[in-house]
Structure formats: C-alpha cells, structure tokens
Design a protein around this ligand. Sequence first.
Ligand code: HAH
Length: 332
Amino acid sequence: MSEQVLSLYKKYEKYFPIGTCVSPRTLQTHKGLLIEHYNSLTSENHMKFESIHPKKDEYDFSAADELVQFAQKHDKLVRGHTLVWHGQNPSWLFRNDQGDLIDRNTLLKRMEEHINTVVTRYKDTVYCWDVVNEAVEDSGSEILRQRSPWLDIVGPDFLEKAFEYAHAASPDTLLFYNDYNESQPEKRDKIYKLVKGLVDKNIPIHGVGLQAHWSIFGPSLDDIRAAIEKYASLGLQLHITELDVSVFEFDDRRTDLTEPTAEMVDKLTERYDEIFTLFREYSEVVTNVTLWGAADDATWLDGFPVRGRKNWPLLFDVNHDPKPALKKIMEF
Ligand code: HAH
C-alpha cells in the first residue's frame, strides 16, 4: 500500500460500522486494509453449513475461530453469515445413512442442533446473524423460493423455527433475514410480506439484511430509497450486508477488459457517492454497511456471473490503493 488516506471506518464512526467479508487468506493478504479501514467483519464462506459442519458428527470451527480471534484482537465487530440457506450445504444434511431424504422432524432436529451449537459458540463474539439467507423467489407469484430442501422437507415454517432456535441459543444476538435483489420492487414487496408475517407472529427477528449486489447501472437510487423505507417501516434495523458495485450490467457477458474503462471508473465513483450519501441520510435505521470484499483483488464477482472475468467493484484497487470512489465517499 503506497497512498495514505484517512481511515474509512473512522470517518463513518458517527453513522454506522463499515464492514467487509474476509477469508482465512485475506486475513493475511489484506491485513493492513482490514485493520485500518474496516471495523466489522463477515466470513465470506467459513461459517456456512458445509464449512463449519461438514459431517453429521463433526464441526470444523478452525477458520471461524481464527476470524473471531482476529476481530477481538483488532477490536472489530463480527456479523455471522449464515445459518439456514439453500446453498453451500453438506451432502449429508438432508439425507439419512441409506441416502434417502429425511423427514420434517429429523431435519428440524438437525437444524436446531446446528443453530444451537454455532450460535452458542459465538454468542459473545458474533453480534448478529443472517439466520435465513435468500428464501424469497425472484419472480412469479410464489413468495418462498421453490426447490429449497428446507421448504420441501420442513415446510414454510422453517424460517420461524430457525429464528426461534437462534434466539433460544442467544437472546441478546441480533437476528436478520438477508436477501439479494432486495431493491427490485417485485421482490422487495415479497421480502416485506415475508418479514412482516414473522414480525406479526412475534418471531424474534431484529433486522433485514440488504445484500446490495448492485452495478453502475442499477438499481436506481429511487428503488433503493423505497426499499429502505419499506423495510424500515417494519420497525426493524437494516444492515447493508454484501455491498459491491459491478462495472458490468448483469446481462453483459463481455470478457475483453484487463482494466476498467475511464467511463466505468467515473460511474463507479458517482454511484458510490450517491449510495453512501443515501446511507448517511438513513443512518437511524441503516446500522451496518458491509462491502463484499476489502479490495478489487479479492472479489467473488471475478467468478460470477462470468467465470474468470475480472471485475472492479470495490473501494480499494488490486494494489490496495484507494480508488476515486473511496476518496469521494470521504468528502462530507
Ligand atoms: C450471495 N448470494 C451470498 O449471500 C454469499 O454468501 C455469497 O458469498 C455471495 C453472494 C448472491 C446471489 C446473487 O446475487 C444472485 C444469484 C445468486 C446468489
């Protein structure tokens, strides 16, 4: 790192913590940036079911423990991600020893045991959990995502059960529902309905996580504002949980660039400026803003939606130097 700038999280201290996802590798490769600029950490992959509970009778806490120890040493918050999701699950989870799908009660027992073990272990170090991730269908009339083993085997009350188990394990931990395409009006209204249903039933839920996987083309600021207002009207807090700004439109599959164009850099700067200005305006309800990566050399968008295509969606560049977008969001 060559160029020195003020600390990002210190600049935002009066508004909200600034987070990033990390891996065992980036705890080392991005250590300087993490310590200086971010005060909230989320494990990108190592608290997910398949990583932390790879076999029925075997947990692997090594990477999660390492992250939590780093966070304690450097005085960082930790967001837990994630307990119940359709993705990145171990193959044993939904089947018995004969390889047949298990029944509702057996899966609920496994869910309870998993949530209780993981949430209890980190009750003093993880201040909030994404209890359920991505349970809402993107389009069409169904609210709940179809073809999820949780829905198929347990039924629609799998969400309630997950929140209840997490709350029983640690009553002081903040519990979130987390999803993407959260600002798109159709899906926004479905997420709202789902979460309102939980709130109305007095299920212990404390917040909505807006993943915020956005691009320089959208969603519009009006749609983001409307989503924030709508979720906040439930009386819950909002976390921006996985913010990044792709330089490509989602359907654009071009693979020819080795660096972002000047126009992309300008748009990215403008976009981060308007987004952070909006977040500051809503800092009463937006209580954590986490980026899905500390710098452009470690972003999941290099593999999604086009495998092996470089993207430049974050605030620090591949050399860990501050980008114009970073400087811009510090000007207030
Ligand atoms: C997220 N899904 C997950 O929550 C996170 O755990 C993972 O590391 C990366 C992204 C986002 C997602 C999407 O934006 C579109 C389709 C599927 C998944």
